[in-house]
Design a protein around this ligand. Structure first.
Ligand code: COI
Length: 356
């Protein structure tokens, strides 16, 4: 399938922000987007790069009612020679295909969409920002667009990719965040869709996050839905603990999102011969470890969040400071090396980076 190119007119062409300072994450969009449509019996068709524009959808469109959808988040980085680096983009499209299986969405041809993404990035290459700590956030999205009110698997889908220049995800920047552990609400349960990157998981976490923010916390740490005992993830990132000399993260269990940054942290740790373990971790173990000092660091990992140190955990009315509340050496090492590979400042021994 060819990708039709329909360039924005010179009078509508916008310039990227001069500085990303003060620009809220995901609030500014580039000049173009990619889209294509799926119809049962036909497959994907009408692949197009076109001016960024609103979607016109009938009020009965299935996605609005039953949430049949999926999205991804990946980034393009400005490298030292002025080129553009993509970080593990095939991993995102492969995960999108796994989400597709769970959510009854049509899968993508990974090489085709990656080629389309690269073409889109060439069109809007001046939107990849230069400043330290900034990147171009890429949001592939797939939604059910058949017009119907009956609950069913849609026969028509829209896939699109939009681009947004971003700085840090959290208002704290890359400084430690305060997180509250929720034992009242759950994000995902066994047999559900927690490991799929689909809208409903995020909608389900909104109330707890709204309440957390009102109390001065940045995010919510979710526990398992059955025993409300074992740590799962933060919703916007996976979570890691440094316990004694070991780096520990909850093992994937079907309700935790299999993060690509999570996977990269584990692969980096193995490469450095650090002790790592993917296992069940109870909140009680973390609480005791924070009191005794055995838990010396807590940090999150995600595409948007990068490596985000946690300075304070709040659980059942008690607050626990992590270490001295500042960014620890392990989180700092992961942040520095992961970002150095992403931005092309350091050699990539893993073949994670694709340069345009
Ligand atoms: C990402 O990290 O890219 C995500 O999709 C998480 C989202 C909450 C911004």
């Amino acid at each position: 399938m060819d990708v039709t190119l329909n360039r924005i007119s010179p009078e509508d062409r916008k310039n990227p922000p001069e500085s990303m300072n003060g620009v809220v994450f995901g609030s500014v969009f580039s000049n173009h987007m990619f889209s294509m449509v799926w119809d049962d019996g036909i497959g994907w068709h009408d692949a197009e790069i076109k001016p960024y524009q609103p979607l016109v959808l009938d009020p009965s469109t299935l996605v609005f009612h039953y949430g049949q959808s999926s999205f991804e988040g990946l980034k393009a980085y400005r490298n030292p020679s002025g080129g553009i680096n993509l970080f593990r983009p095939r991993e995102n499209f492969a995960r999108m295909n796994r989400t597709a299986q769970r959510m009854c969405l049509p899968e993508l041809d990974i090489e085709f969409v990656l080629g389309a993404l690269k073409q889109l990035l060439q069109e809007d290459s001046n939107w990849v920002p230069q400043e330290e700590g900034t990147s171009l956030y890429i949001r592939p999205t797939k939604i059910a667009i058949e017009e119907a009110l009956g609950l069913k698997v849609s026969s028509r889908f829209l896939f699109y990719i939009i681009l947004s220049p971003v700085g840090p995800y959290y208002p704290e920047g890359f400084n430690p965040v305060k997180i509250v552990v929720s034992d009242q609400y759950v994000r995902a349960s066994p047999g559900g869709v927690g490991e799929a990157k689909t809208a409903g998981n995020y909608a389900a976490s909104n109330l707890a996050e709204k309440e957390a923010k009102a109390e001065g916390f940045t995010q919510v740490l979710w526990l398992d839905a059955v025993e409300r005992k074992y740590i799962e993830e933060v919703g916007s990132m996976n979570i890691f603990f440094v316990i004694d000399d070991e780096i520990v993260t909850p093992q994937l269990n079907g309700s935790i999102l299999p993060g690509i940054t999570r996977k990269s942290v584990l692969e980096l740790a193995r490469h450095w011969n650090l002790k790592i373990s993917e296992r069940r971790i109870s909140m009680e173990e973390v609480q005791e470890g924070l009191k005794s000092g055995q838990v010396s660091e807590v940090f999150g990992a995600g595409t948007a969040a990068v490596i985000s140190p946690v300075g304070q955990l709040h659980y059942r009315g008690d607050s626990f400071q992590v270490g001295d509340g500042s960014t620890g050496p392990v989180a700092k090492r992961f942040f520095e090396h992961l970002t150095a590979i992403q931005y092309g400042r350091e050699e990539d021994p893993f073949g994670w980076v694709e340069t345009l």
